[in-house]
Design a protein around this ligand. Structure first.
Ligand SMILES: NC(=O)c1ccc[n+]([C@@H]2O[C@H](COP(=O)([O-])OP(=O)(O)OC[C@H]3O[C@@H](n4cnc5c(N)ncnc54)[C@H](O)[C@@H]3O)[C@@H](O)[C@H]2O)c1
Length: 247
């Protein structure tokens, strides 16, 4: 039986790269996203690598829908080996302007979404005696905001929440389930496009590796945390930013 990974926000950007990297490690993939045509494109690319891919249209902030998707993947594969909580969205509104609804939505899409999927996969992983959960936080969780045009405090709060959740759940769900998080810096994707197009060279000058990140830079470490055996790493977060010291 092949192993299976659920990747939220897997239609494009970092999630798409994670799905590719996991497929190359031999995982079958379940993509979850709002964007159906983009998911179908990614599905085609990964099927060409010889892996099976299912696509699931969903808003990750929907708890009940997360349960339906995890149940569907389990019916199809009999197991869930890896969950990548990647779906997320920035929010550039400052504290003096943000509405309550906007704040709640940022927390729901970036943080509660992780709870929604972990709540449904954790019992399965416990029962099968193994599992890996990797959630996409952000450098913002540490820095309080790298590029204010993309995201400010509500996004930083949600992404910092992922780090607390990761540490607590590593204790609660171990030793069977390993729980880690990734903190990307500025990565060239659709989410960051407007800012990287306008300020790319300027941002790169403040990065030790003198370039912006690529989705594959993040996907490589996700695949490592998902597949390496043995693995003695849990409850950690990994900054993937080329050392962006000038923020
Ligand atoms: N690009 C960066 O510089 C950067 C930096 C730090 C963290 N991140 C995080 O990495 C993750 C991926 O970002 P990306 O840059 O690839 O962005 P992206 O916009 O290119 O991709 C995000 C994907 O998530 C999906 N998505 C967004 N909201 C959703 C929802 N409510 N329900 C279902 N799917 C939803 C989008 O449709 C899209 O396919 C996000 O969590 C983001 O916060 C990105």
């Amino acid at each position: 039986m092949s192993k299976v990974a659920i990747v939220t926000g897997g239609a494009r950007g970092i999630g798409r790269a994670c799905a590719h990297a996991l497929a190359r490690q031999g995982f079958d993939i379940a993509l979850v996203d709002l964007l159906v045509p983009e998911m179908q494109r990614t599905q085609g690319e990964i099927e060409a690598l010889g892996r099976s891919v299912s696509i699931h249209e969903a808003d990750v902030s929907d708890f009940a829908r997360a349960g339906e998707i995890v149940a569907a993947v389990t019916r199809q594969h009999g197991r869930v080996d890896v969950l990548v909580n990647n779906a997320g969205r920035g929010n550039p509104t400052g504290i003096l302007d943000i509405t309550e609804e906007e704040f709640d939505r940022t927390i729901a899409v970036n943080l509660k979404s992780c709870f929604n999927y972990i709540r449904h996969v954790a019992p399965l992983m416990k029962a099968q005696g193994s599992g890996r959960i990797i959630s996409m936080s952000s450098l913002n969780a540490h820095s309080g905001g790298v590029t204010a045009a993309v995201s400010r405090f509500s996004y930083a709060a949600a992404k910092a929440g992922i780090l607390g959740m990761t540490r607590a759940l590593a204790k609660e769900l171990g030793p069977e389930i390993l729980v880690n998080a990734i903190c990307p810096g500025v990565i060239e994707t659709e989410l960051g496009n407007s800012i990287t197009r306008a300020r790319g060279p300027e941002l790169a000058r403040g990065i030790a590796l003198q370039r912006l990140g690529k989705p594959a830079d993040v996907a490589n470490i996700v695949a490592f945390l998902a597949a390496s055996e043995p693995c003695f790493i849990t409850g950690q977060d990994f900054v993937v930013d080329g050392f962006q010291y000038n923020v």
